[in-house]
Design a protein around this ligand. Structure first.
Ligand SMILES: Cc1cc2nc3c(=O)[nH]c(=O)nc-3n(C[C@H](O)[C@H](O)[C@H](O)COP(=O)(O)O)c2cc1C
Length: 311
């Protein structure tokens, strides 16, 4: 019998599918549509210490095979998350991963400390060092290996939860930041966040988004994201969560085979909120048909030849 359980270092999930940060809010809007029991985990919207209103509108625009967003980390802040959102999510028994962002190292450290003390309701923390849509913090922590290493070193001692570092693709060589995160204490890496892009509104002759630039997600980025997961898998020893344009079972299989132990689904949820339950059922059928007992048996297979030799 095929079991969909996966183990990513200290983090165990009952299936390898999770909702990507920022595409599932805190789960409330989807509660009547999907059974969160079907999810490996929900990664909540990027959380900051204080509430944030986000960027001026328009904040989203559709693009060929994808979308640009410039939400700017709108969220209710730590206090409201702990008092309102977390207790509600905990009732659904789903594993909750909190995506955190700060403008300073101290803000990340405070968030990590407070969330680590929030009891056993949290499965992991995801350090968002890759948001392209804020003026301070975010991506600025994720593009330089030394700045990233300094941040992870400060967060690690106060974080008793599994620590995920979410990498940005907006760098020349993502394996450098991946190695910096690993050597400074990350348990798991997730990749990728969105690619910085722009749409010009021909009528006004100006950038369409209120923030001028936004982050590109969806199928348009999938081959770029798969390549990055492949490269990072070959460069580090810690487990990976892959994402970028996953819509179908075949898309997710590419990420597993490139080296992801679990995957996150983001933009696809907007067009089909039932994507994760569908992929879960399809993965089970695929593994059974192919004679695999666990998704772990297909992780990283793209790195070896049919004889098991390294490619
Ligand atoms: C509207 C929107 C909001 C997002 N907000 C966040 C966020 O708060 N924190 C974060 O780490 N990533 C955020 N992301 C990035 C996604 O989690 C994911 O990394 C990216 O969209 C690629 O996956 P996809 O192509 O399946 O959407 C956001 C993406 C979208 C589309």
């Amino acid at each position: 019998m095929t079991n969909l359980k996966v183990k990513l270092g200290p983090l165990e999930l009952k299936t390898p599918f999770m909702a990507a940060s920022g595409t599932f809010g805190f789960g409330e809007e989807y509660a009547s549509l999907v059974d969160l029991q079907d999810f490996g985990a929900v990664v909540v919207k990027g959380l900051t210490l204080k509430p944030r209103r986000g960027n001026p509108p328009p904040r989203i625009v559709e693009t060929p095979a994808g979308m640009l967003n410039a939400i700017g980390l709108q969220n209710p802040g730590l206090e409201v998350f702990l008092s309102r959102e977390l207790p509600r999510l905990q009732k659904s028994k789903v594993k909750v991963i909190v995506n955190i962002a700060g403008e300073t190292e101290e803000e990340y450290v405070t968030l990590a400390r407070e969330l680590s003390q929030a009891g056993d309701g949290l499965a992991a923390l995801e350090l968002n060092v890759s948001c392209p849509n804020v003026k301070k913090g975010g991506i600025l922590f994720g593009t330089s290996p030394s700045v990233l290493a300094s941040l992870v070193e400060k967060v690690r001692p106060v974080c008793s939860l599994p620590l995920i570092v979410k990498l940005t693709p907006n760098v020349t060589d993502i394996t450098e930041t991946a190695r910096a995160a690993e050597s400074s204490g990350a348990d798991i890496l997730s990749l990728v966040n969105t690619f910085r892009g722009m749409v010009i509104d021909i009528a006004s002759k100006r950038p369409f988004l209120g923030n001028k630039t936004g982050g590109l997600s969806g199928p348009a980025i999938r081959p770029l994201a798969v390549r990055m997961v492949y490269d990072v898998y070959a460069s580090v020893k810690i487990p990976l969560i892959g994402m970028g344009g996953i819509c179908t079972l075949e898309d997710s299989l590419q990420f597993f085979m490139a080296g992801a132990s679990a995957v996150a689904v983001g933009s696809a949820i907007f067009s089909d909120p039932l994507t994760i339950p569908r992929l879960t059922a399809e993965l089970r059928s695929y593994l059974e048909k192919e004679g695999f007992r666990s998704p772990e048996e297909i992780v990283g297979t793209a790195h070896t030849s049919g004889n098991g030799e390294e490619l």
